[in-house]
Structures are given as C-alpha cells and as structure tokens.
Write a protein that binds this ligand. Sequence first.
Ligand code: GLN
Length: 529
Amino acid sequence: MSKFIIITGGVVSSLGKGISGASIGKLLQLHGFKVNMIKCDPYINVDPGTMSPYQHGEVFVTVDGAEADLDLGHYERFLDVNMTKANTNTAGSIYQTVIDKERRGEYLGATVQVIPHITNEIKKRFCAFEKDFDVSIIEIGGTVGDIESLPFLEAARQLCLERGPQNVISVHVTLVPYISVAQELKTKPTQHSVNKLREVGIAPSMLICRTEKPLSEGLKNKISLFCSVAPKAVIECADAKSIYDVPLNFYKQKVDEQVIALLGLKPKHAVDENWFRFFDKALHPSQSVKIAVAGKYSELQDAYKSVNEALRHAGMNNDTKVEILYVNTEKDNVNEKLKAADGILIPGGFGTRGIEGKIETVRFARENKVPFLGICVGMQCAVIETARHLCGLADANSTEFNPATKDPVVDLTPQQKNVVYKGGTMRLGNYTADLEKGSLAHRLYGKDRIEERHRHRYEFNPAYVKTLREAGLKVSAWHEGVLPEIVEREDHPYFIAGQFHPEFGSRPQRPHPFFDGLVKAALKRKNGK
Ligand code: GLN
C-alpha cells in the first residue's frame, strides 16, 4: 500500500500548489522512493480541453491522450515520468462515471449521493495504482472553503480515517501577505485558512507559506502555535527566480526528512544531489538569445507554459538564457516586433483570431532566414504561407479559418469529418511518425521513428504535398504513410514545423530536439556564424 500526501491550498489561488507538490515529489524521488502525482480539479468540465486558455492556462496533453491541467506538465518535468489519464480527475469526470453507473443500474435500489457514492469514486481514483508506488501525492485544486472542492476534501478525510494519520498526511499551501503600510507580514489569513481545513476534518502536518519577505523565527512560532503545526513544519516559500529552485529550498528546510518521518517511511538512501548541481549550473548561463513566441495570448504566460519551459530547457543545455519575446499576432505589427528576434516560434492555437499575423510571421522567418519552429497551428500556417506566397494560391487557407477557401491546403482529418461532440474528440496523444533519412528532422532526432503528442483536428491536406514540395516546403515525416507530420525547408538555416506538440515531452535535462535545434540555430545567427 502507498502512503499519501494530500496537498491543499488556502487564502487565494495561484500559490503554486503544483510546484510545491512536484517539489516534494522530486525530493522523495531523489531519496529513491517511487512517487505518483494525482491532480484533482473541482470544476464540472469533464476535462479542460474545451476551456479557453484565459480560464485555465495551457491544456497539457498526456501520451495516452488526456487533455489535462498544466500541473501535470510540472509533474512530468520535475519527476521525469510520463503522466496518464489516471493522473487527472475533475469533478465532472467523477460525476460522469457515477451517473453512467446509475444509468446502467449498478446502484439499483439506492439513492445516489455525494457521500458515499461520489466520495467512493474519488477514493477509488486516489488508490487505483497505489500498489505501484511508495508515495502518492494528491493535489486538490481550488482553495479551501470553496463549495466545489468539498467532495474531494471529504474523500481525503475519509482516506485519512481509514488508513490512519501515519499513512496519510496533509500539506497546506498558504499565503502570508506583506502589508507594506504596516511593514508587517500577516498570519491571520493562514490561521483562517487552516481553520477552514479543520472544519472539514483535516489537520495539516505542514504549512508551505508563500511570502514576499523572510519569515522570522517569531512568526514561524506564531503560525505554529495558532495552526497547531510543528515550528519546523512551517516552511518559508518565497518567490523563486526559477521553479527549479523550489526543491532545493524545501531540501534546505528539511521538508523531505519531515515528510519521511511523518509517514514512517524508511529512507532508501540520502538525497542524490546531482539534480541540484545540474540546476545550479544550468540556471547561471553565460550567453543569451531572444526567441519570439508569436501567438494570441501574449499577455497570458500560462497559455504557453510548456513551450516556455521547453525553450528554457534547450537554453539550459546550451549554456544560454532564452529571453522570450511575446508577439501578439492579432494586435502587434509583427514585422516590426520580429526584428529583435534571433529565433521565432509559433505555438499551437485554435480559431481565426491572430492567424493572418502568424502567416506574416512565417513569411518574415522564411524571407529573412530567421530560425523558425512551428508547432501544430504553426505548421499549418507554414503550409498556408508557402501556398499563398510561393505557389500562387492566393486564397489558400485552412478550412478552420475559411470553410469556403478555393484551396484547402489544411483540412479536417478524415476521422474528424462527422464529429459532433467537441470534448475529447481531437486527434489526441501519441502517434508515430516515420522520418525521411537525411532530413533535418532525422538529423535532429537521430532516429527513424518517433512518437509525439498530438492535439488537433486539421492536417496538411495530402493533395497539396507535391505542389508545396516544388516550392521548397517538404514533408519529412509521415504517420503511417498517410498524414504529414513534419515539414521543413532545405534553403534555410533552420525551418522546421510539426503537426504535434514537442513541448510536452521536453525535460530539463533532456530538451526536445526541435527546441534544442532552434536555440542552437538562434545562437549561430546571433553570433553571426
Ligand atoms: N486549430 C488547429 C487544429 O485543430 C491546430 C491545433 C493546435 O495548434 N493544437 O488542427
């Protein structure tokens, strides 16, 4: 049986529960424990796939095709383990399972209720794969005190009752705000938040206190006394320069040692400190490049979380700081903005807004020989740009943006033509692609067959592959010989685009080859080579 750590958040949202959970998970992993991370989101959507990035930031995609909360991305990047559908739960998906069972007659005779039917389903998911892990870290989204997260908290309380406090502990992430006029840190919000948690029957063993200023011993003792948590378990968590600094910060405050003791685990070995050493070096690079990220959510960095991280990983492995230059393709004069960039990236996207600016962005990269990486819609824009400007197909478009286009160079995949339900029906998760030997893609990956994560409905229309090839845009990877997966140009220092999302698979110590290639090419350009 696994031990459990329940992570909750209080006072306000966006305190970084995901990073806190992933950091604790990382420390336990560095001790040699097998760690699982499970995310629970209290909203009614079955998954975040149908939500706007304004609501929810990026939608992360797992190898098995779940559309999930972006915290799963942190889990993957910290633990270097692939998440699956089993690592993500929403209230909607839990209710859907219970309601389906009710319709099948599995509860015949019973009144179906939040307790025990919903809470049993939640506990089932908490424990589904426990035998494979020493520790399961369960992060409950939202803020303690919300109506929505109550069933998840109730399930956690029951789990603690059933397994005992030596097997299930609670870690609460809270805010200690600094009031500048009084020049004081205030503990009252944390006290109230812990009271709220106690009201639902959960007593925290550790508090992760987000704060702008250092917590004095006096303040820690005060929080300890009022919240009934050991003084050493009041952890100071200031804003870090990099999220990868957080595990080291926790390690210095002996978070791992305390968690191991609270759960009665036997440490397998001391923490492997190589991970810290890697970041110590990687986070202090000697050179820098500017990469433009051209999309429509330039003001919302969470929308491109994994892209930003993948760029940073590529930077870390090239002794380079990647400065990201956000370009809003709907509002900005892209040709003006892109002048400052050493490399250009177009991330994934949906809908017509900002598309013409993205097509202009591709043109700028192609004509000025600026290193270019296109992701998903970024590849589709590269296809449209070539068709319009090099093949004389002035009306060329994706049927997503203009259903009546004379030249549908990007069109629905065959499986998508009759789709009615929008949720969970895109081409999702891992698909294979076979790479053309000797192509840029083949050189970057160094292998013949790849698997990459997808999330799209439209594709490069195979009927136009030959025409575009004659204009220099060649397909260098195919899925089962029928769907174009990668396009590239040979008359350009670095021009590559994929129908999939390479950013999701990038890890700090293993940058994705497309991003690594982009940073290397950008460095070359910057250094005038
Ligand atoms: N909107 C495009 C499609 O559905 C691209 C999606 C994406 O960039 N993830 O095919």
